[in-house]
Design a binder for this molecule. Structure first.
Ligand code: 8YV
Length: 326
């Protein structure tokens, strides 16, 4: 008998068709948002789960799903997983690195451009029928080319953004990261390591690309915003919770920084209400990886991880490979 899996959210029909060749599949093509109790109930008797960033896999759920062997996340970020609890429960975790790097970096750059050049704000103005004449300072923003790009977190996506900045826009690129890149990678990215304080003080455009962890919670709060240039923009394509959204709203209102571009939010899909009322913030609904080819590649990799592990005993991108090696 084929293993049983749960596909916790709607997916591409071709992904579902592929999974159905190997598994007895329970799917959620209606995309119902299950509570943790409902998710636990749906997982009963399943050996595998196809998850997204919205499904929390923690010790409580794992204790109630003893047959579960693998959770394949359709996301590179995996802060919805309690990796320690999964490892302790013998449940393999996988994510989808690499396939979304360039697409996400493109979006990071789009958000830098849209924020610096006030694209959302000026479009709202035009749509409202307020454009009557040209004016010398109308929606004058800040330059991207030749400015200083700061990157907090320098993994694959940070490096892809650095290359765009250095090679495409002639930017000076500085970064702060837990560890220093090797010299060849630094050269390819045109990036220089600086302290977090230098990053805050020197960046014209500061983009956040670090993974969420308890240590990264509110890595950008009132104190950090106060160190930034009043002309600076802040871009968050990493995770909600890395920025203190309430402190950011105050900083945007008071002119501590010039503008922000946010694709992720604390407690999303809710958005801190003050942010919705401010003109100098570009808001997008967590779509940095959202191109059809990339989302398809992410779904394919998550499916391949399930097939690889449950059918052939080897996942492609495990997060707790010690389970396989043990
Ligand atoms: C996903 C993401 O769209 O990969 C990630 O970490 O944030 C996005 O690409 C989202 O997490 C849905 O799973």
């Amino acid at each position: 008998m084929n293993p049983k899996i749960l596909v916790a959210r709607a997916v591409f029909p071709q992904t579902l068709a592929l999974l159905e060749q190997h598994f007895e599949v329970t799917s959620n093509q209606d995309d119902v948002l299950w509570s943790p109790a409902q998710l636990t109930e749906q997982l009963q008797g399943k050996q595998g789960a196809f998850t997204t960033g919205s499904e929390r896999i923690n010790a409580g759920l794992l204790a109630d799903c003893p047959e579960l062997r693998i959770c394949a996340n359709m996301a590179v970020g995996y802060n919805n997983f309690d990796l320690e609890a999964m490892t302790a429960a013998g449940v393999l975790a996988t994510n989808t690195p690499d396939v979304l790097t360039e697409t996400t970096a493109d979006f990071g750059f789009a958000l830098i451009m849209a924020t610096a050049r006030r694209m959302a704000e000026s479009e709202r103005f035009l749509r409202a029928g307020l454009w009557n004449s040209w004016r010398y300072d109308m929606f004058a923003g800040s330059d991207v080319h030749g400015s200083t790009l700061g990157i907090l977190g320098m993994g694959r996506i940070g490096q892809a953004i650095a290359r765009r900045g250095a090679l495409g826009f002639g930017m000076k690129v500085i970064y702060h990261n837990r560890s220093r890149l090797d010299a060849a990678t630094e050269l390819a990215c045109g990036a220089t390591l600086v302290s977090k304080q230098e990053l805050l003080q020197q960046s014209d455009h500061l983009i956040l690309v670090l993974p969420y962890s308890p240590e990264a919670h509110h890595a950008i709060g009132a104190d950090e915003l106060a160190q930034m240039k009043p002309t600076a923009t802040l871009i968050n394509i990493a995770r909600g919770g890395i920025v203190d959204d309430a402190a950011l709203a105050v900083a945007l209102k008071q002119g501590t920084i010039a503008a922000a571009g946010l694709d992720v939010f604390e407690g999303e899909p809710r958005v801190y209400p003050d942010l919705l009322t401010l003109p100098n913030v570009v808001l997008t609904p967590h779509i940095a990886s959202a191109t059809l080819p990339t989302r398809l590649a992410m779904a394919q990799l998550a499916a391949d991880n399930l097939i690889g592990y449950l059918v052939h005993g080897k996942a492609l991108t495990p997060l707790n490979p010690q389970l396989v090696l043990a």
